[in-house]
Design a protein around this ligand. Sequence first.
Ligand SMILES: *Cc1c(COP(=O)(O)O)cnc(C)c1O
Length: 356
Amino acid sequence: MSITTLPIAIQPVAKSRLPEVDVNNVPFGKVFSDHMFIADFDGQTWNDLRIVPYGDVPLSPATSSIHYGQSIFEGMKAYRSDSGDVLLFRPFDNQRRLNLSAERMAMPAVPESIFMDGLCELLRNDKNWIPSKEGSSLYIRPFHFATDDYLGVKASDHYKFMIITTPVGPYYSHPLKVLVEKSFFRAVPGGVGFVKASGNYGRSLYPTQLAKQKGYDQLIWTDGREHKYVEESGTMNLMFVIGDKLITPGLRDTILAGITRDSVLTLARDWGMTIEERPVEVREVVEALEKGTMQDAFGTGTAATIAHISHIGIDDIQYELPPVEKREFSNKVNFELDQIRRGRKEDKHGWVYRVS
Ligand SMILES: *Cc1c(COP(=O)(O)O)cnc(C)c1O
């Protein structure tokens, strides 16, 4: 347990909205828990740590993050164990990654104690918002953005770090049809693809809309230089089982180092599976699809955990993958991860954090 360096002021809601909400049956990301956490950075230090009722935040029209994009976030989930404990999955990895993003975007780091204390205090207040249903959890969104009211282009002096939470069910209700994108790109070497910057999402929406018009759910992004290598799918890391090998693009600065990705690779390694983390050519994917050696393809991320890919489109050809019931690896790893996160299975890697 980290040592609290600053007190957190708590202003509870007068009346909880929980009685009006069925947390086990809500649309993704639209219903928020009673409270939120806020800390302010004044140019020197983080101050005024507080838990307040969820609600609007007053902002100047000149708020610099709106104009120049110093805005980053994280995504994680809280689960309720069968004995009623509140469990987090690898929260320190999210805290470290937030600060990696902060450094690249010239923003101040959020100390571990502020991140963890704010998060745990928020969950203690809103623990009844954690769904109990299988496949459901409380999605947690920590975010950090510049708040100077100044239109000059420079790193802001003032920032807000906030955490909001929302009960969620499964992110995708069906396996995905994905299109290999060969004209737009998500990230380039030297850019910000490896950090969770809001702008990475904004720029992805238009190409994704075009793919949706063609009947696809998501894109497979290829490298920004040659469109020769596959990198990620939508906002998930990408994995294939070709023959008996688990193959995934190796980490570089155009790829977000997903915590789910690392967890899946760690379990696969435990199970003695052959893993290849390396550049993966579009050509290799096509070959495996044509020869029928592609056993499994899926995206990994906190929101979806494992998102099965049912079809891959490349140019004008659409390939169909084996039915989801036959995907031995992705189904097994999905189940195993779920059991670990809910505290039902031995946590060999020290991933689960119990909120006291
Ligand atoms: C958040 C994110 C992921 C998944 O990361 P997790 O830590 O597994 O949730 C993958 N790719 C991109 C681009 C992301 O933003």
